[in-house]
Write a protein that binds this ligand. Structure first.
Ligand SMILES: Cc1ncc(C[n+]2csc(CCOP(=O)(O)OP(=O)(O)O)c2C)c(N)n1
Ligand SMILES: [Mg+2]
Length: 565
């Protein structure tokens, strides 16, 4: 068979099962776009390459399968870098196919030339620069395999224009790239791990995104239930365990719940599954779980002992681990430990700050959850609204929360919602955003209007960069430098101009009714909800401090009142 590089790329993507590609064309990827136009692959024209990248995130994060986006050389590449870095931090399988200047121009500072290979190396699982059209036959399937195997992540393929136009010759189609099986590294220690779990008196499960990626929520549930082990989650793990279950203690860390941040002090065993020991979750790491034996099981061996030394560890796919581990776990009541956990919870009840107010985000988020189907997918942006969503919504199913965890990228929410809606036709999608974040990829409202997807954007509008303002209030002498927006804009009117239904709630409006309408409406909608610009997210662990030392807002509010007097 003979085929031009561009046609070959599209055919290979089709053979990988790719049905939708997000992107933006430019001089260096036009051969690719000509081939794409002739194929059955749907193209979604984003309005900014970062938007295209996050649309791919929405598809990949909501399905677990690799998603693809196309960008042109130079600024197309630099614009998508944030989405690539975000995929690396949150282990998202995504493939970015970049146009590049013709091979003969590489290294000459040609128009829109950038060294994509060098720029993307540190923020990808693998980056390729292709100079021979024949290599497409191996590299495209391999890219899918790399992105989806082991700890998932982004792959970038840089393809010069002349390679896209060159003829490839081949006899047979290569096999599609698949998820490679990762061997369990040491299955003997599973017995030891089981013994330690069975013998523990005050164990705690600590889980993250790895449970969702490995699709082991059911197995985790079984482990927790048969052995009565309470569980705490990182932001990325929310949804892997039912939020309403009595064993679920909530999110831990910087904005975790109060009791959850005290319980690790009391435990004798931490069972960390598919999770990193990152600073936002652990607080001062030397003081995290001070009395506990640590078991760490993860698919990425670089995570073991990286931050917290594990007493027992295992590298492998959690599916295989659970298969071997569960039959060895004893059924136990652990009633004295559970009673102790309840006692600690009683000492540190949830913070009710402002919750009684009908317009406090925590109240609204609980209402929103009760109004939408259980399989609704929620995307967030980054800021106070994100933390309130994590604390208050109550996620109970995997892949229902899509949020930028590791990189914390404002601007993630809207394009990720578009990707989630494209990959999950029929599902309701909510994008919970903040005003500062919405500004960052607001142009994707045009993409949304064009696609007419079932997305409700719920905008918590405090007319400020709330989470940063909060830090200034608490740690920077209340010098509110550059966090309050001078000008208020009418986001509902902006949405309408883009062709989307826009509702602006005023102080006097009937919140519950408006919210119900917003959550149940078909087609795209933006609801602008004014919220107080003095509200803080509590608790809050000061960076570098132990989780137990968190600020709970009570003292801080008192101080504000004293200062005012
Ligand atoms: C791209 C990017 N730039 C800067 C930041 C730093 N940052 C973190 S939260 C935040 C404020 C977010 O404001 P908004 O979206 O309005 O959310 P709010 O905290 O007000 O709910 C900023 C500027 C970031 N996370 N991402
Ligand atoms: Mg804001």
């Amino acid at each position: 068979m003979k085929m031009r590089g561009a046609e070959l790329i599209i055919k290979l993507l089709e053979r990988q099962g790719i049905e939708i590609v997000a992107g933006i064309p430019g001089g260096a990827n036009l051969p690719l776009y000509r081939a794409l136009a002739k194929s059955r692959v749907q193209h979604v024209l984003a309005r900014h390459e970062q938007g295209a990248g996050f649309i791919a995130h929405g598809m990949a994060r909501s399905t677990g399968k690799a998603a693809v986006c196309f960008v042109t050389s130079g600024p197309g590449v630099t614009n998508v870098l944030t989405a690539v870095a975000d995929a690396k931090m949150d282990s998202v399988p995504m493939i970015v196919i970049c146009g590049q200047v013709p091979t003969a121009f590489i290294g000459t500072d040609a128009f829109q030339e950038i060294n994509t290979f060098a720029l993307t190396g540190p923020i990808t699982k693998k980056s390729y620069l292709l100079t021979n059209v024949q290599d497409l036959l191996t590299v495209i399937p391999e890219a899918f395999s790399v992105a989806q195997s082991g700890r998932q992540g982004p792959v970038v393929i840089d393809i010069p224009k002349d390679v896209q136009l060159a003829q490839a010759e081949f006899i047979a189609w290569p096999e599609a790239g698949v998820k490679r099986k990762i061997q369990l590294q040491d299955s003997d220690s599973i017995k030891e791990i089981a013994q330690v779990i069975n013998a523990a008196r005050r164990p705690l499960l600590y889980v993250g995104g790895g449970i969702i990626a490995s699709e082991t929520c059911k197995e985790l549930f079984t482990l927790a239930k048969i052995s009565n082990i309470p569980l705490v989650s990182k932001l990325m793990g929310l949804g892997c365990f039912p939020a309403g279950d009595p064993l679920f203690l909530g999110m831990l860390g910087m904005h975790g719940s109060r009791a959850t941040n005290h319980i690790p002090d009391e435990i004798d065993l931490l069972i960390a599954l598919g999770v990193r020991f990152d600073d936002r979750a652990t607080g001062k790491v030397a003081e995290f779980c001070p009395q506990a034996t640590i078991i760490h099981i993860d698919i990425d061996e670089r995570e073991i002992d990286k931050i917290k030394k594990a007493d027992l560890s295992l590298v492998g796919n959690l599916k295989d681990v659970f298969q071997e581990l569960l039959p060895l776990i004893h059924k136990q009541e652990r009633s004295s430990w559970i009673t102790e956990v309840r006692r600690i919870q009683g000492c540190y009840p949830g913070l009710q700050s402002g919750k009684s107010s009908v317009r406090h985000p925590l109240t609204l988020l609980q209402q929103i959850n009760s109004l939408v189907p259980a399989d609704t997918i929620v995307t967030t942006d980054v800021g106070q609204h994100q933390m309130w969503t994590a604390q208050g919504y109550g996620f109970s199913r995997p892949r229902t929360l899509l949020t930028s965890g590791g990189l914390g990228t404002m601007g993630f929410g809207l394009p990720a919602a578009i990707g989630a809606a494209l990959a999950n036709p029929g599902k309701q999608i909510l994008c919970i955003s903040g005003d500062g974040s919405l500004y960052m990829n607001i142009q994707e409202l045009a993409t949304l209007a064009e696609l007419d997807l079932n997305i409700s954007i719920i905008l918590f509008n405090n007319n400020e960069l709330g989470l940063v303002r909060q830090q200034q209030e608490l740690f920077y002498d209340k010098i509110y430098a550059a966090t309050r927006f001078e000008k208020k804009v009418d986001f509902a009117a902006i949405a309408r101009e883009f062709g989307i239904k826009g509702i602006k709630l005023a102080e006097a409006d009937d919140f519950p009714t408006a919210l119900k309408q917003a959550c149940t409406q078909k087609g795209p909608l933006l609801i602008d909800i004014p919220i107080s610009s003095t509200e803080n997210v509590y608790p809050m662990v000061v960076p570098g401090k132990a989780n137990r030392e968190m600020m709970d807002g009570v003292r801080e509010r008192r101080r504000v009142v004293v200062n005012l007097v």
